[in-house]
Ligand binder design. Structure first.
Ligand code: HEC
Ligand code: HEC
Length: 141
């Protein structure tokens, strides 16, 4: 029984192929990565050059997560390593240490290092690049 089903499926596949069902689909459907064949590697999108100045950026409103005034493309945050904390947890580095809120978990329990919910810094803090804004910012705090 099982064998017959496999054979039937194989025959159907061959038939569908010979009628061009697959080839016409391939032409009309375009995925998000564009019309790049599956076997080919897509081209990496252009990345903006991040600002490298060290001056802090003025906050737009109180408790606004400050923007990152330096480039971060060399830092990769993983489960076991957070390169941001090598500076932002060490007062001797000259960088501001993470604020008290970053040590507290959702039950307000204090952790020695960053609490898990603050571990992936780039969830809230973004680097900056010099680009023409797509839309004018009319936000008023
Ligand atoms: C080599 C040291 C170093 C590393 C690594 C580093 N920073 Fe910084 N960072 C600095 C210094 C110096 C400043 C400027 C002084 C300050 O505001 O802390 C700064 C500023 C900032 C600020 C602005 C603080 C404010 O109050 O305006 C944020 C946010 C920040 N960094 C986030 C990050 C994140 C996120 C990472 C990792 C992706 C990172 N930094 C990695 C040194 C570092
Ligand atoms: C869930 C959002 C969130 C995440 C994740 C987060 N931050 Fe923040 N961060 C904030 C907010 C909001 C502020 C400003 C209010 C405050 O200090 O709590 C801030 C403030 C800061 C400051 C300025 C502190 C000061 O004294 O002025 C630094 C530096 C910073 N964050 C670094 C980091 C680093 C490094 C990480 C990753 C380990 C990180 N943050 C993860 C939201 C976040």
């Amino acid at each position: 029984m099982k064998k017959t089903t496999v054979w039937l499926a194989a025959i159907l596949l061959v038939l569908a192929g010979s009628h061009g069902a697959f080839s016409s689909e391939k032409e009309s459907v375009e995925s998000l990565r564009g019309a790049v064949p599956i076997e080919a590697e897509s081209v990496q999108p252009h990345a903006m050059e991040q600002n490298t100045d060290k001056d802090t950026i003025k906050r737009s409103f109180p408790l606004n997560p400050p923007m990152i005034p330096h480039a971060i493309d060399d830092y990769e945050i993983t489960m076991s390593n957070n390169p941001c904390l090598s500076c932002h947890e060490d007062p001797a580095s000259g960088a501001k240490v993470i604020s008290e809120s970053h040590h507290l978990d959702r039950d307000a329990k204090r952790h020695e290092g960053s609490a898990a919910r603050r571990y992936f810094c780039t969830q809230c803090h973004a680097p900056q690049a010099k680009v023409d804004p797509l839309l004018e910012n009319r936000y008023k705090p």
